[in-house]
Design a protein around this ligand. Sequence first.
Ligand code: WQD
Length: 343
Amino acid sequence: MNILVTGGLGYIGSHTCVALLEAGYNVIVADNLCNSKEETKNRINQITGKELTFYQLEVTSDYAVEEIFNQHEIDGIIHFAGLKAVGESVEKPLVYYYNNIVSTMVLARACQKYGVKRFVFSSSATVYGDNKAPFIEDMKLLPTTNPYGETKAMCERILTDIAKAYPVFSVALLRYFNPVGAHESGLIGEAPNGIPNNLMPYVTQVAKGKLEKLRVFGNDYPTIDGTGVRDYIHVLDLAEGHVAALNNLKEGAHVYNLGTGQGTSVLKLVKAFEEANGIKIPYEIAARRPGDIASCYADASKAERELGWTATRNIVAMCRDAWNFEKTYRKHGENTKKVLMLF
Ligand code: WQD
């Protein structure tokens, strides 16, 4: 079966392409390389010993996406392509609404035109807004604190309404918690452009000496040690969750949390990283980051019940693999470039 993976050279997309190829699927990737590199395609092929097909294009372009359907019989779509920096979405809302929503609608229209019945959508725990953790799929969604989160909630609603109108259309809406770590080879992983927003890549760059110390955004939250609690999930577990969703799609739209169900505070993650890698991470307590919530972790039971999937890798493996990638990736040298947004 041929699976179109949009954003397939990105962090989660690339690990999912590995899992798909290893599961015997043929993979066609569409990616505009705004936050990824074409070199990642070679590394996916190297890891799997297989060849994916790659198109550099804008998924917001009907015409460009049409080209893929003219060349290939597509049996399913996993849609990762989109912008995902919470802070940037507040500064550039139009860029985020346009990219994240139009890309989803272009793909949904192509599904209708070409009779594609399987659609897996990359959503986020951000859609839960300020609900109280553990987050459960049928919870009422509260407004998020940023346009990024709103685009994910809107895309979920669009895809759900399409599936209601066309029941043969099977959609899995996957709400990720905090993906971290990297493939054990160290060939692919999280390589953000510039100074990392997220905790783990920031920690690995402090460990590497690229950044001086970690700023812990607040230690006065109502949590075990006052620092923010998150549900960190190994990116390989997340990738396997996508294959499980694809293999277990059923008619209509279905929401699944992809998390471990365990909450880990910032200071506990730092301690786990230090113990797993034998490296001291200097840090200082700083002010809370606007938009952050105290606790975010999943009730992960529905994916286990309905998809037969559960996360298996622990926080030590996440820290070890993240550090291994930082060492290996940087050794290969990265030529990171920032593609200026056109809006
Ligand atoms: C984790 C914890 C911070 C950096 C984001 C997106 C979410 C999803 C995952 C896309 C928080 C603290 C962080 C630092 C810190 N992305 N922190 N110092 O914000 O939970 O989730 O990424 O779907 O949508 O919102 O992840 O890694 O930025 O923060 O203290 O330098 O680490 O306050 O408690 P977040 P994060």
